[in-house]
Design a protein around this ligand. Structure first.
Ligand code: SF4
Length: 291
C-alpha cells in the first residue's frame, strides 16, 4: 500500500490492513507527541478513499481486520464514514472488524446517534488516548480537553456499543506530578470503564516539544522504578468492571496483562514483587524501548 509519511497503529492492529483515509492529526498539539509533525492534517476525498479501498482489495482481498488511519480518521464526516464501512464490508468478504483512532474532540463532535450509526455499519473499535486524568497535566500537555470532557467522550463511545480501547501514559506528569497523574488517571479511567486499557511509557522523540522542557530542566523524567510505582498506584485506585489490561507497547519497561477487576490483586502482587525485589532482569532495557 502507498502511505503518505509514517504510519502509526495500535499494537493490537499489527495484523490489520491499514487504510489511510486521513493524513496526520487534526489536533497535532500534544507536547509529548511528534508523530504527525510536519504532516499537515488533510481528509482524503471520497474518490481518493475509494481508490485506496480498491488498492487494498487488489493486495489483501482476504483481510479480516482493517484499521482506518491516520491519527484523526474519526473526524471524517459521519456519512462518509458510513459509506466507507459499507464499501469495506461489501468488498472484503472475510472482514470481521474495523478499528479507528478517535481523538476526544472528534468523539465529542459526534452525536450519540451518529456513533450508533457507525456501530450499526460495523465500526467495531475506537482507540482513545486519555494520556492522563489530571486537569493540570492535560492542560500542560495541550491535549485540548478537560478530564470531564474526556470522560464524556469515552462514555459516549462505550454507550454506542463500539468497543473502546484507551491508553494512558506512565510518566507524563514527570516527577513533580507523578502521584497526581496516577490518582486522577485512575479516576477518569474508572469513570469511563473501557473494554481495553493499555499503558504506554513516556518516550520523547527529538522533535517533541516536551523534550525542550526536559533539556531546560523544567520537567524531570521518571526512572523505570518510579514508573512502576506510579503504575502500581494507578492500578490500586482503578475501579473498572470488565477490562482487558495490557502493557504490551514497546515503550514499556515491564510487560503485563490482566483481566480487571479479577486479576487486580495478582497484577499488584507482580508489580510489588518486581519493585521490592529490584528485579531489573525483568525490565526491557532502555535501548530496546521504542514507539
Ligand atoms: S497524541 Fe494524538 S491527538 Fe495528540 S498530537 Fe499526537 S496524534 Fe494528535
Amino acid at each position: 500500500m502507498f502511505y503518505e509519511g509514517s504510519i502509526y497503529r495500535p499494537p493490537s492492529e499489527a495484523s490489520s490492513l491499514i487504510l489511510q483515509v486521513t493524513v496526520g492529526c487534526k489536533h497535532n498539539q500534544c507536547t509529548f507527541c511528534s508523530m504527525y509533525m510536519g504532516k499537515p492534517y488533510r481528509q482524503k476525498t471520497r474518490e481518493e478513499i475509494m481508490d485506496i479501498i480498491e488498492e487494498g482489495i487488489a493486495l489483501y482481498p482476504l483481510a479480516e481486520r482493517i484499521f482506518l488511519a491516520d491519527g484523526d480518521a474519526l473526524a471524517l464526516d459521519t456519512q462518509l464514514l458510513v459509506d466507507i464501512l459499507k464499501e469495506l464490508y461489501r468488498r472484503f468478504h472475510q472482514l470481521k472488524r474495523v478499528g479507528i483512532y478517535g481523538g476526544p474532540l472528534d468523539i465529542l463532535a459526534k452525536s450519540p446517534e451518529e456513533l450508533n450509526l457507525l456501530k450499526q455499519h460495523g465500526l467495531n473499535i475506537v482507540y482513545l488516548g486519555i494520556e492522563s486524568g489530571s486537569a493540570k497535566i492535560l492542560s500542560q500537555i495541550k491535549k485540548g480537553v478537560t478530564p470531564q470532557e474526556m470522560i464524556i467522550a469515552g462514555q459516549r463511545i462505550a454507550a454506542s456499543g463500539i468497543l473502546l480501547s484507551c491508553t494512558v501514559i506512565s510518566g507524563i506528569g514527570g516527577k513533580e506530578d507523578s502521584t497526581e497523574h496516577a490518582l486522577e488517571t485512575a479516576k477518569v479511567v474508572s469513570a469511563i470503564d473501557p473494554h481495553y486499557l493499555g499503558t504506554l511509557t513516556l518516550m520523547l522523540e527529538p522533535k517533541a516539544p516536551l523534550l525542550r522542557q526536559v533539556k531546560a530542566g523544567n520537567f524531570q523524567l521518571l526512572n523505570p522504578w518510579e514508573i512502576l510505582q506510579e503504575l502500581e498506584l494507578m492500578i490500586q485506585n482503578l475501579n473498572v468492571t470488565n477490562c482487558i489490561y495490557r502493557s504490551n507497547h514497546a515503550s514499556n519497561y515491564l510487560m503485563l496483562k490482566a483481566h480487571l477487576p479479577e486479576d487486580k490483586q495478582t497484577l499488584l502482587a507482580t508489580l510489588a514483587n518486581v519493585i521490592e525485589q529490584n528485579r531489573s532482569e525483568l525490565l526491557r532495557p532502555e535501548t530496546w524501548r521504542g514507539l
